[in-house]
Write a protein that binds this ligand. Structure first.
Ligand code: BG6
Ligand code: MG
Length: 244
């Protein structure tokens, strides 16, 4: 029972690489005179490069052409992330990881990005995590549960004892598909399915994560089958019962 592991998404959760992904897709879209804005980009968050390029160029069916476009975007992205330094780690990440480790909670990175290791190396934090699973290891990207299930297997922890911290709707859905609790980072409008929403990792602590896991475990165990909202429904935070 209770929390045993926390799985962090990478892009947009512990560093601002989500912005870089957006700028690179935008550059590619502009070159091809395709409309692309931040709203459209929301659908790209958490989604593999291959799936994103298909969404941006739905009329192109030729795999070779799609592959070349995806490679072009990646060249822009790899160039952009060269500038990342340890100072680009979001505030609160180090403190949260320390708190989790002090209490024996395992930590992992679960990201769709095939550049995960490169970004973690630039941030100099790869060794902070007990496991890393990324887009190079799974067949299906978020919203499929693959990457988070792989994290749980690597950590040897049951999915019901994991919390995922995510900034993408596809990532929240992937966490739920894996049977995990999902904390959204961002706005509740964009992450309506999250069990809880915070503005940043600074607003996450062990007490919150543990409480959310216990609530979900209780709901699963059938202690509250009413399918109504539970927890704090005021302020910026709320919990929605998913186990109806
Ligand atoms: C996710 C991002 O983390 O990684 C997506 O949210 C991105 O926007 C995906 O498309 C794949 O990244 P990469 O680095 O493999 O192109
Ligand atoms: Mg993300």
């Amino acid at each position: 029972m209770g929390l045993r592991a926390v799985i962090f998404d990478l892009d947009g959760v512990i560093t601002d690489t989500s912005r870089f992904h957006y700028l690179c897709w935008k550059k590619l879209a502009d070159q091809h005179r395709i409309f692309f804005d931040e709203e459209f980009n929301e659908r790209f968050k958490g989604v593999s490069r291959k799936d994103c390029v298909r969404m941006l160029f739905p009329e192109i069916k030729d795999d070779v052409q799609l592959h070349e476009l995806a490679e072009q975007k990646n060249r822009y992205y790899v160039e952009m992330i060269r500038q990342i330094t340890p100072a680009d780690l979001f505030d609160g990440t180090r403190e949260l990881l320390c708190e989790l480790h002090e209490h024996g909670i395992k930590t992992a990175i679960g990201s769709a990005s095939k550049n995960t290791l490169l970004v973690l190396q630039k941030l100099e934090i790869a060794h902070w995590f007990d496991a890393i699973a990324d887009g190079t290891e799974v067949a299906h990207s978020k919203p499929a549960p693959d990457v988070f299930e792989l994290c749980a297997r690597k950590l040897r922890v049951a999915c019901s004892q994991c919390v995922v911290v995510e900034d993408a709707q596809a990532g929240i859905q992937a966490a739920h598909a894996a049977g995990m609790t999902a904390v959204g980072v961002g706005s509740r409008d964009l992450l309506p399915e999250a069990d809880w929403v915070v503005n940043s990792v600074r607003d996450v602590d062990l007490e919150l994560l543990n409480r959310l896991v216990l609530e979900n475990q209780r709901l699963r165990a059938g202690e509250d089958k009413k399918g109504r909202q539970v927890g704090d429904t005021g302020g910026d935070h709320w919990v929605v019962c998913r186990f109806k």
